[in-house]
Design a protein around this ligand. Structure first.
Ligand code: AMP
Length: 503
């Protein structure tokens, strides 16, 4: 079944004949059979609308099971799925539609009018709607179709999706992901993390990002497992789901927020076998507090839109807090200096990755692709990392966030770790701000856990841990740090906000 469509065949194989619910949602439960049958209807509708092999289907909708059926339907129709964050404003959508020129755009009914101009300018042929309850013109159209759609043939190297990366500078870039990149990475994760038909995953992530869309959904489908599908992260929803769940995939904020709730206990999580964190750094302290409270060791992994998952702490074996673990089977990872020469343990350098998991380049940006994806297949991730004697990797930050002050390299994470250790500090972000003498000056933006902490407290207490050139020239105490939906601190926004500090 689905044999001629590389990714769909692999997502379907474990589910054949399984008449249990894949999605438990408290409203839109689905058996595997229903899920794939609905996806076939979406594929039939897209084909009726004239979608051809390789056409893009851009989708800016709220989280729903139907949106995932549309993802699979797009793949079955031989097209390229292009999910967009529901928070994007019309001007941003204009950029994506102009860049990707999709044949179809699917919008939430509440936003569709605002997007009209963007759709017109980009020459999108069809606009349809889908709301968070699975209603709208797309669903109406799909309901008119019958199941049994014969998938369009797609082979391993064909594109299945384009995901735009947030990008720290300039315009977002569309990462082109092939059937093989997605299928091979999910297969590795199913195996490495021990997913089986008995697993029940708590899914509280957004589905426009690689984490919730590919890591969580593809892994569950491929394993024939099931998921409790929550519209978004909320502590009550997760706590209610935990007693019947076996696994959860989350960003560090999930774990931090859950730790604040007294209902989180080892009893509550006793059926859970695996709690995974990624997409942003998990503090070693959070890892340790989680273990103290529940007895579970969070498994931290590292990936990105362009590469799917690259490294993971082991399922069996030592999970080291503060590290992202070891290269996954089939993924090559190296840490290199500025000349591309491999570094040895303990030396900080640029992380490069090669394997079937790596993307096929940036959509219509050959120069950008050539800068970051070498002809021999190594992708320059833009992350800086260091490997320990056992081969475990730690991420030190993005290379674009590296601060060069007075000619010395300052790795923000090292300074942040020293500041976070000061009593009364909740969290911090360290950035480089233009400075006439030093080129860049180290600046710390700090959130206090309790009132009363001052710049001097932080300066005094970190002085003993940091060489003079690493010490912040200014410490700014703020109420909160800017974060995106995946919990990543937006350093670019901070740099812009404080750009004039030394002028
Ligand atoms: P995205 O493409 O939005 O998924 O962002 C990928 C980036 O998130 C990576 O290049 C890393 O900088 C960061 N990232 C992902 N996982 C981790 C992790 N476990 N620890 C630290 N940074 C991470």
């Amino acid at each position: 079944m689905y044999k001629n469509n590389y990714l769909a065949a692999r997502l379907r194989s474990a589910a054949i004949g399984r008449e249990v619910d894949v999605f438990v949602t408290g409203g839109a439960d689905r058996t595997f059979g229903q899920f794939f049958a609905n996806a076939e209807k979406y594929a039939a509708l897209l084909t009726d609308l004239g979608v051809q092999d390789g056409d893009r289907v851009a989708v800016q909708v709220n989280k729903s099971v139907e949106a995932l059926e549309l993802y699979l339907g797009t793949v079955l129709a031989g097209a390229v799925f292009l999910p967009l964050n529901p928070d994007y404003r019309p001007a941003e959508i204009m950029y994506f539609l102009n860049d990707a020129t999709p044949h179809v755009f699917v919008s939430d009914p509440s936003r569709v009018d605002k997007m009209h101009n963007a759709v017109q300018v980009a020459g999108v042929k069809h606009t349809l709607t889908l709301d968070a309850y699975g209603q709208g013109s797309l669903a109406d159209g799909a309901n008119q179709q019958s199941t049994g759609f014969v998938p369009v043939s797609r082979s391993s190297g064909d594109l299945a999706a384009i995901l735009y990366t947030s990008g720290t500078t300039g315009h977002s870039k569309g990462a082109m992901l092939t059937h093989k990149a997605l299928a091979s990475n999910s297969a590795i994760l199913v195996d490495y993390w021990g997913f089986t038909k008995d697993d029940v995953l708590i899914h509280a992530l957004p589905i426009f990002h690689t984490h919730g869309l590919f890591v969580a959904t593809n892994v569950v489908l491929m394993a024939g497992a099931s998921m409790v599908f929550l519209p978004k992260f909320d502590v009550d929803g997760i706590i209610a789901a935990m007693p019947d769940a076996t696994t959860m995939m989350g960003v560090p904020t999930f774990y931090i927020r859950l730790l604040e709730d007294p209902r989180l206990t080892s009893e509550l999580t006793k059926r859970m076998r695996l709690l995974i964190s990624g997409s942003a750094p998990l503090l070693a302290e959070t890892h340790e507090r989680w273990t103290d409270r529940t007895g579970h060791k969070i498994l931290e992994r590292y990936g990105m839109t362009e590469t799917n998952m690259n490294t993971s702490n082991p399922y069996e074996g030592m999970r080291k807090p503060g590290t992202v673990g070891l290269p996954l089977p089939g993924v090559n990872v190296k840490i290199v200096d500025d000349n591309g020469m491999p570094l040895t343990e303990g030396q900080i350098g640029s992380i490069e990755v090669r394997g079937d998991n790596v993307f096929a380049g940036y959509w219509q940006m050959p120069e950008k692709t050539a800068e970051e994806l070498r002809p021999d297949g190594w992708f320059v991730t833009g992350d800086l990392g260091v490997m320990d004697a056992d081969g475990y990797i730690s991420i030190v930050g993005r290379s674009k966030d590296l601060i060069i002050s007075g000619g010395f390299n300052v790795y923000p994470k090292e300074v942040e770790a020293a500041i976070d250790d000061v009593a009364g500090v909740l969290e911090s972000a360290v950035i480089g701000i233009p400075h006439s003498d030093f080129g860049e000056a180290v600046v710390a933006v700090v959130v206090a856990a309790t009132g009363g902490i001052s710049q001097d407290d932080i300066t005094d207490e970190t002085a003993g841990k940091l060489a003079r050139f690493k010490r912040p020239k200014r410490v700014l105490i703020v109420d909160s740090l800017p974060r995106n939906t995946m919990g990543k601190i937006q350093k670019k926004a901070l740099r812009e906000e404080y750009a004039d500090l030394f002028i």
